[in-house]
Each structure stands twice: as structure tokens, then as C-alpha cells.
Design a protein around this ligand. Structure first.
Ligand SMILES: Nc1ncnc2c1ncn2[C@@H]1O[C@H](COP(=O)(O)OP(=O)(O)OP(=O)(O)O)[C@@H](O)[C@H]1O
Length: 269
């Protein structure tokens, strides 16, 4: 009996090593003042796959994803311990510039947040900040990014109109284009479809499937069906801990922890 369990465990751990990690998270703890919001988080996030973060409200999903680009440090009462290694470098070492990290690790938020500028300027903004001035080069970046975000055909004849004139779903894809324009390695998405209608949601989900060919994606979602549809691996968070992290099909069809089973079958949350 013991031998069987050990064999299964070895097989599982071998399977779980079967990818190139883009992030390695080691014993990450985070406190908001006295509130211990992330507890001993330890797992690796694969490159060029979609990793979903699921769990009930308040379990630490948004907090966790915002540690990956150090955005969480904007909250003054935050304290952290542990390590997040991005491409072999600990992102908390003082010499690691946060601007450099955020160029590599882009983020798309829950509510589409375009700038009050034209569609073109929204996408050109990041490359301009990074020193690209040549109009022809900017035109190319804008077109490539809008195509990458599957919105080019809808906006190519109105590039100089205000982005606020787009629908919510179009605005979210514009924000994804804005993120692509600075050529990130990883894209963090914090509930990117929760403010969208079902058709726009489907478009963003299809887009995520396309984007994972070139980018590593981490997506927080309230929606378990969405995690099951679009992710390769899923981490189930509860009360600031990772209860289970494995490939998505296993997590939803054969969870190893009773709490995961209770959550995915709707017994709580
Ligand atoms: N800026 C903050 N200041 C203090 N506490 C915070 C802050 N942000 C989050 N928290 C606390 O940290 C815990 C985790 O919150 P977080 O927003 O990460 O959870 P979540 O799983 O993303 O929730 P939801 O699904 O409702 O968005 C909660 O107890 C929350 O109250």
C-alpha cells in the first residue's frame, strides 16, 4: 500500500516538473498589517501555458497575482517574506528594477481602463515611453499589437477616434493590445472578463488561447467554467493558501483534496 502511494507521488511530482517555469514561487507570505493574506505559497508557473487562479472571494487571488509584478507593494501596509524567481532572478532583490519587471510582466485588469486618448495613442503610449519615436515603427507596433489582440479589423478605420467610444469588450481587447505593445513575456489577467457580456467574454477567451502560443498567461477568475475552458493548470486558493495545484483537467475531474472537491462541486464559495 505504502509503496503504491509512493509510486503515485513520484509519478505526480515527475509530471509536475514537466514544464519550463517562468515563475518559481517559494514560501511566499504576505500580510496587510496583521492580516496574513498569503500563506507559504509554493508553486511553479509554466511558460507558454495558461495558469488559472481560482477560489472564493477574499482567498487572496488578486493579492497573489499582484505580487508577480510587485504591484501589491503600492499598498503601504504590505509586508512580504519568501521568494519569487522570475526567469532565474529573485524579483525582490534590490537591484531588480520594478520598471524592468513590469515591462516583462504586463497586466490586464478587471475593468477595461483605456487612457482618454485615441485608440492609436493608447497602444503607442508604452512604446513611446520606451523611446520609440519613429512614426513608421510606431505604426507597425500599433498594427501588430491590435492584430495580436484580435481587434484590428474592428478599429483599423477609426484609429484616431477616442478609445472611450469602443464597447466594453473592445476596450478590454484594446487594453490587451496596449499590453502586447511593450512586448511582455508574461501577461497577468485579473478577472479580465468579469465586466463583459458573454460574447465579449468568448472573444477574450479565444484570444487567450491564441496568446499562449507566444506568452505565459496567469489569469484570476471567479468563473470555474472559464478556468476549465481556457487554462492548462489551475491553482485552487483558500484562506490565503494553495490547497491544490495541478493540471486543469485533473483538478476538475479528480481533485485530490476534499476542499477542492467541495468548491468545484459548489458546496461553498
Ligand atoms: N489593500 C488592502 N488592504 C488591506 N487588506 C486587503 C487589501 N487588499 C486585500 N486585502 C485583504 O486580503 C485578503 C485577500 O484579498 P484579495 O482581494 O486578494 O482576495 P480575492 O480572492 O482576490 O477576492 P475577490 O475574489 O473578492 O476579488 C482579504 O482578506 C482582503 O480583505
Amino acid at each position: 500500500m505504502d509503496i503504491t502511494i509512493n509510486k503515485q507521488m513520484v509519478q505526480k511530482s515527475e509530471k509536475e516538473q514537466d514544464f519550463t517555469p517562468v515563475f518559481k514561487i517559494n514560501n511566499l507570505n504576505l500580510w496587510y498589517g496583521q492580516d496574513h493574506a498569503l500563506k507559504d505559497i509554493k508553486f511553479d508557473i509554466p511558460e507558454k501555458q495558461v495558469t488559472a487562479i481560482i477560489g472564493p472571494s477574499g482567498c487572496g487571488k488578486s493579492t497573489f497575482i499582484k505580487t508577480l509584478n510587485r504591484m501589491v507593494e503600492m499598498v503601504p501596509i504590505v509586508r512580504m517574506s519568501g521568494e519569487i524567481v522570475y526567469r532565474e532572478k529573485n524579483i525582490f532583490t534590490p537591484k531588480y528594477g520594478v520598471e524592468e519587471l513590469r515591462t516583462q510582466v504586463g497586466m490586464v485588469f478587471q475593468k477595461p481602463n483605456p487612457f482618454p486618448k485615441s485608440i492609436y495613442e493608447n497602444v503607442a503610449y508604452g512604446p513611446r515611453i520606451h523611446g520609440i519615436k519613429n512614426k513608421k515603427v510606431l505604426d507597425e507596433v500599433v498594427e501588430k499589437s491590435l492584430k495580436g489582440a484580435a481587434i484590428w479589423d474592428e478599429v483599423k478605420d477609426r484609429l484616431h477616434e477616442n478609445a472611450y467610444g469602443l464597447s466594453g469588450g473592445q476596450q478590454q481587447r484594446l487594453c490587451i493590445a496596449r499590453c502586447l505593445a511593450i512586448e511582455p513575456d508574461v501577461i497577468l489577467m485579473d478577472e479580465p472578463t468579469s465586466a463583459l457580456d458573454p460574447i465579449s467574454t468568448l472573444k477574450v477567451e479565444e484570444l487567450v488561447q491564441e496568446l499562449k502560443k507566444d506568452y505565459s498567461i496567469v489569469i484570476v477568475t471567479h468563473n470555474m467554467q472559464q478556468a476549465a475552458r481556457i487554462s492548462d493548470r489551475t491553482a485552487f486558493f483558500l484562506n490565503g493558501e494553495v490547497v491544490e495545484y495541478t493540471d486543469t483537467s485533473t483538478l476538475f475531474s479528480n481533485p485530490s483534496d476534499k476542499r477542492t472537491e467541495d468548491y468545484i462541486t459548489g458546496r461553498f464559495g
